[in-house]
Design a protein around this ligand. Structure first.
Ligand code: HEM
Length: 423
């Protein structure tokens, strides 16, 4: 924390490093210290960092001044070998949805909305419940499990696959592709790892592209089939590469974030017995608890934008074409919006105002699906295992990147504790 104590001073903060081991292990003390200044330049990642709720919400809602063009770009320019690996692997993703600005974004988003209707999501509830019950029966046995590796890792991917029309056997390949993408785009791996990540990302791209090409000739009852035939108001559809880019983005954003949400939810709720017991007693508290987890420990802790002209953020002049890192994790604990912000309060009246799904034109397309999965999983697990608890003394690990956050593993146990049953 000392390293960023000058965050409130005149000079830009140095030493704020969102990829350092200390930050990844527990970013919240760093975010609290960073929030002493509304914005500052961070040398280690060459981004301007924005910390406060109102500024970040304004940035999300003002695409003319704050472009989303860099939202899915590598944090730093990749090395030439990695660029070559991407090209040779056939990677042809084009700016399409999360990283284009209105009016181009408006057109594509309308098409994505058509193919990803609230009705399609609502219809998923019975499938999500069936799958959750199956996971509980098959994977939560014997008094101990890993709530992330055994449960939260695959479940959201299988839900998403059902919507997209991807076969279940693809879970390991999609998860591997997602890991490559996390490292390559949102991290800063050394050159040797960059090449491997670029190869993984290219393979991930080919999977999405093949899926799109298949549905163009063999349409089925699924999202990808709807997407390739959807038209905008002028009767124009998406180019193959645009459709494949959307599918690729969904094959990443549509499960990795929810795996993080579930991992963070179990971690925080099980560490706070009163909250856990409250949701076990009264499942009506669960939707509010999910919002509070999204606020307190979001699975997308930072997102990116780029300025289109010089701007003023809280009195700090930021140049044109500056890359911005928006600290959603800091905004969600801004005390001027959320009183006593570090406290988990599953009954917090305004928890839903968090910025974890963004805001404005790019507001997360999958938010209803993520919320649905959080609700169903907590309902089923809390009903079956009210004495579920964290295995004590475990050091949690997180993916080395600036945006996506959730424990990679979360050992839990239930029933008589091993120590007690030994006597
Ligand atoms: C807890 C889970 C999730 C979190 C925290 C999350 C977070 C976010 C954030 C921060 C953005 C950027 C918003 C902006 O730029 O204003 C976003 C966009 C997006 N998310 Fe999510 N997301 C989650 C789940 C999902 C799921 C389940 C899907 C798909 C099934 C999804 C699909 C998308 C898409 C397609 C976009 C781009 C929308 C656009 O640019 O118009 N997300 N999400």
């Amino acid at each position: 924390m000392d390293a960023i104590a000058n965050a409130g001073g005149e000079r830009p903060a140095i030493g704020f490093d969102p990829l350092s081991a200390e930050y990844l292990a527990d970013p919240y003390p760093f975010l609290a210290a960073a929030a002493a200044k509304p914005a500052f330049y961070c040398q280690s990642i060459d981004h301007w960092v924005v910390t406060r709720y109102r500024d970040i919400r304004h940035i999300f809602r003002t695409p003319a001044l704050f472009s989303a063009a860099n939202a899915n770009s590598p944090l730093r320019p990749p090395c030439p070998m990695a660029v070559k690996a991407l090209a040779e692997g056939g990677f042809k993703s084009v700016p399409t949805l999360a990283n284009v600005d209105p009016p181009a974004h408006t057109r594509v988003r309308k098409i994505a909305n058509v193919a990803f209707t609230p009705k399609r999501v609502a219809e998923m509830e019975s499938f999500v419940r069936e799958l959750t019950v199956k996971f509980c029966d098959e994977r939560l046995r014997d008094g101990h499990a890993d709530m992330v590796r055994d449960f939260a890792w695959a479940l959201p991917a299988l839900v998403l696959f059902r919507i997209l029309g991807v076969p279940d056997v693809e879970v390991p390949r999609v998860k591997e592709g997602s890991w490559s993408r996390i490292l390559f785009i949102y991290g800063q791996p050394p050159e040797s790892e960059q090449v491997r990540a670029a190869e993984g990302l290219a393979a991930f791209w080919r999977l999405a592209e093949n899926l799109v090409r298949d549905r163009m000739t063999n349409p089925r009852q699924d999202f990808v089939s709807d997407l390739v035939k959807a038209k905008d108001s002028e009767g124009k559809g998406l180019a193959t590469e645009q459709a494949a880019t959307i599918v690729l983005n969904l094959l990443f954003a549509g499960h990795e974030t929810t795996t993080g949400l579930l991992g963070n939810a179990f971690r925080r709720l099980l560490a706070d017995r009163d909250s856990w017991q409250a949701i076990c007693r009264d499942r009506r508290l669960i939707p509010g608890a999910i919002e509070e987890i999204l606020r307190l420990d979001t699975s997308v802790i930072a997102w990116r934008r780029r300025t289109t002209q010089q701007v003023d953020i809280g009195g700090v002049a930021i140049p044109q074409e500056a890359k911005l890192l928006l600290l959603l994790g800091a905004a969600n604990r801004d005390p001027s919006v959320f009183p006593d912000p570090d406290r988990l309060d599953i009954r917090r009246a305004n928890a839903r105002e968090h910025l974890s799904f963004g805001a404005g034109p790019h507001l997360c397309l999958g938010a209803p699906l993520a919320r649905l999965q959080g609700k169903v999983v907590l309902e089923e697990v809390s009903a079956r295992l009210p004495d579920l608890r964290l295995v004590p003394g475990v050091t949690l690990e997180f993916a080395p990147n600036v945006s996506f956050r959730g424990p990679l593993s979360l050992p839990v146990e239930w029933g008589p504790s091993p120590a007690r049953s030994a006597h």
